[in-house]
Design a binder for this molecule. Structure first.
Ligand code: KIV
Length: 270
């Protein structure tokens, strides 16, 4: 594996990473400050995920977030990201009804936020939408397996494609997404052996979340990996910090200092 330096990550650089065996690191971000921090630390792809609906908006699912809200988050992230490729989720209800609406939604994201690509959940059911968006020159990343916008159809957030029929459909969909011209695919919460098979079946990068190590890259939700959300503890999540505790302690100390009149002191005033 050779690790190359990219001044700006593009869909072409991701392709080169797949070929050279360099793993792709992807995280979500939803605002300017975090995007700058994540970008400065060398992440390859920033996903403005519709998980903003949960993490930023406090909703139970990703369904309520709107196109306008996604554009607001995406344009903030774009201003903070100097090197990473910025990918934005098309939110629920903006691409499923027909392919023209899908294209209009994708164009709004690209024009109004300055992002570099969009992500779309689903396979054969949304083929026409993906095809039309790509034909208009907009890079598309697919998303298969546990697709959170379909949570009410699944009824549960457990592992997908354990049964043969669903596994076969997922493999077919992955190949179809490559044929349509997608530059990559996210595979969420599926057996590692199936993710390995899917990764070997295509020439585009496969990014896993809860899909094991034998894929081309990994993605996590930023707030989860920073330890800001203690209620969410799936097996695939590795926590790299304990920001929940760090922020709690800092705010507790500040409150105490204000109440005790310790803050501000003589050097902290004009
Ligand atoms: O919305 C999101 O954060 C995502 C990732 C979990 C892949 O789609």
């Amino acid at each position: 594996m050779t690790s190359q330096t990219y001044s700006r990550v593009t869909t072409k650089s991701l392709q080169q990473m797949k070929v050279s065996g360099e793993k792709i690191a992807m995280l979500t971000a939803y605002d300017y400050t975090f995007a700058g921090l994540v970008d400065g630390a060398g992440i390859d792809i920033i996903l403005v995920g519709d998980s903003a609906s949960n993490v930023m908006g406090g909703h139970e699912t990703t369904l309520p977030i709107t196109l306008d809200q996604m554009i607001y988050h995406a344009s903030s992230v774009v201003r903070g990201a100097k090197r990473a490729l910025v990918v934005v989720d098309l939110p629920f209800g903006t691409y499923q009804a027909d392919s023209k609406e899908a294209l209009r939604s994708a164009i709004r994201i690209m024009k109004e936020s300055g992002a570099h690509a969009v992500k779309v959940e689903g396979g054969i059911q949304v083929k026409d939408s993906i095809e039309r968006i790509i034909k208009a020159g907009i890079p598309v990343m697919g998303h298969l397996g546990l697709t959170p916008q379909s949570i009410y159809k699944f009824g549960t957030y457990t592992v997908r494609a354990k049964e043969e029929e669903e596994a076969e459909q997922l493999l077919n969909d992955t190949i179809m997404l490559e044929q349509l011209g997608c530059f990559g695919v996210v595979l969420e919460k599926i057996p590692a052996s199936l993710a390995k098979k899917a990764t070997a079946s295509v020439n585009i990068p496969i990014i896993g979340i809860g899909a094991g190590p034998l894929v081309d890259g990994q993605v996590l939700v930023l707030h989860d990996m920073l330890g800001m959300n203690k209620e969410f503890s799936p097996r695939f999540l590795r926590r790299y910090s304990d920001l929940d505790k760090i922020i709690h302690n800092a705010v507790e100390q500040y409150t105490q200092d204000v109440k005790s009149k310790d803050f501000p002191n003589e050097t902290e005033q004009y």
